[in-house]
Design a protein around this ligand. Structure first.
Ligand code: GDD
Length: 316
C-alpha cells in the first residue's frame, strides 16, 4: 500500500505519516520547498517538491507515485490569518483543491481503487444556534470566516465530483486538534509557549491571551490521524465525517491547565489585538457517525494532550 500526503511537513502531516508508516504503508509527501527525506519514528517519508499549482503537475506526480490513498492536508489553516489574507486563503484551500480533484478524476481511470480524503473544518458550520448543538454533519453550513467559507466550498465541490465523476472521495470536518509541534497562532501553543518561556523569570510575569470566554471541542492530533486512516480505508465514499471529542471545554480552562503545570504564578492580560471579528461562544460536534460506522472514539484526555504540549515545549 502507498499513501501520498499533501502538506506532509505540516503539524498534522507528520503525525499522519508516522501513523501510516506504523501500519507498513509506504508514505510519500508533497512540500512547497525542496526537502530531504523526512525521518520519523516509524520510518522515512519521501518528499517531492510540488506546490499543487497545476492539474498536470499533480497528475504527473500521481502517475509516478501511484498512491492507493491520497490525503489532502495542504492548505491555509489559520482562521485569524484568513481575515488578513482572504485571497491567499481561497487560492490555497479552494483553487489548489480543484487542481487536485481534476487530477484525481484522471488518475482514478488508471487506478480505480484509489481513495482521496479532503480535510475540511468545523469552521464550515460557522454560526450555529444553541439548539443545534452538538453539531452534526447534517447541520447547515453558515461559515463565518474566510477560512470556514473556503473549506465549505471544498465540502460542496467534493460532493459534486463524487456525483458527477464517481470520484472516490471522503471529506472530514475536524474540530480543534492539538498536540506537540503545532505552530504558534493556535491557542494551546500560544499559551504553553508563554508559560514555558516566562516561568524562569524572577518577577511575576504576564501572559497575553485573547478571548477566554468561548468553549471549543479539542481532540489530540494522534486521535485525529487515526480517524483519517480509518475514514479513508473504511468510510463511505462521498460522505462527510466530523472528527471531534463531543466534549466542549472553555478557553479559560485550557489556560488554567497550563498555569497549573507550572510552579510559577502569572498575571493574565487580556489582549484585544488577539480577538477575532467574530467569535463563537460554544462550539462542539457530534461524533456519532464516525463512532457508529467506524468504531472510532478518542483515546487521549484533554489533560494528557495539554501536558504533552507543555512538556514538549519545556524540553525543546
Ligand atoms: N490562537 C489563539 N491565541 N487563540 C486564542 C488565544 C490566543 O492567544 N486566546 C484565546 N483564543 C481563543 C480564540 O479566540 C478561539 O476562540 C479559541 O481560542 C481557539 O483558537 P485557535 O486555537 O486559533 O483555533 P480556531 O478554533 O480558531 O481554529 C482551529 O480549529 C479549527 C477547527 O475548529 C484551527 O486549527 C483550524 O484550522 C481548524 O479548522
Amino acid at each position: 500500500m502507498k499513501a501520498l500526503i499533501t502538506g506532509v511537513q505540516g503539524f498534522v502531516g507528520k503525525y499522519l505519516a508516522d501513523h501510516l508508516l506504523s501500519y507498513g504503508i509506504e508514505v510519500w509527501g508533497t512540500s512547497r520547498e525542496d526537502s530531504p527525506l523526512l525521518c520519523l519514528k516509524n520510518g522515512n517519508v519521501k518528499i517531492i517538491k510540488n506546490d499543487l499549482n497545476s492539474e498536470e503537475g499533480i497528475l504527473y506526480l500521481l502517475q509516478s507515485i501511484k498512491p492507493d490513498y491520497i490525503f489532502h492536508l495542504a492548505g491555509q489553516s489559520n482562521v485569524k490569518k484568513s481575515w488578513e489574507d482572504k485571497e491567499g486563503t481561497f487560492y490555497a484551500n479552494v483553487n489548489k483543491t480543484i487542481f487536485l480533484l481534476d487530477a484525481c478524476v484522471r488518475y482514478q481511470r488508471e487506478n480505480p481503487n484509489m481513495r482521496l480524503l479532503t480535510v475540511g473544518s468545523s469552521e464550515e458550520y460557522g454560526r450555529v444556534e444553541a439548539n443545534e448543538l452538538p453539531i452534526k454533519e447534517t447541520t447547515p453550513l453558515r461559515p463565518m470566516s474566510p477560512y470556514g467559507a473556503s473549506k465549505a466550498a471544498v465540502s460542496m465541490l467534493i460532493q459534486q465530483y463524487h456525483k458527477a465523476h464517481g470520484l472516490n472521495v471522503v471529506h472530514v470536518r475536524p474540530f480543534n486538534h492539538i498536540g506537540p509541534g503545532q505552530s504558534e497562532g493556535f491557542v494551546t501553543t500560544d499559551f504553553a509557549k508563554q508559560v514555558v518561556e516566562l516561568e524562569n523569570n524572577d518577577s511575576t510575569p504576564t501572559i497575553n491571551v485573547g478571548d477566554l470566554s468561548s468553549e471549543r471541542d479539542f481532540t489530540d492530533v494522534k486521535d485525529i490521524v487515526r480517524a483519517y486512516h480509518l475514514i479513508i480505508t473504511k468510510g463511505i465514499l462521498g460522505q462527510v465525517y466530523n472528527v471531534c471529542s463531543e466534549k466542549p471545554i472553555s478557553i479559560t480552562d485550557i489556560l488554567n491547565y497550563f498555569l497549573s503545570f507550572s510552579n510559577k504564578r502569572f498575571k493574565v492580560n487580556i489582549d484585544a489585538s488577539k480577538f477575532r471579528p467574530i467569535e463563537f461562544k460554544k462550539y462542539y460536534g457530534s461524533n456519532e457517525v464516525i463512532k457508529e460506522q467506524l468504531g472510532w472514539i478518542p483515546e487521549y484526555s484533554i489533560e494528557k494532550s495539554l501536558k504533552d504540549i507543555y512538556l514538549f515545549l519545556k524540553n525543546n
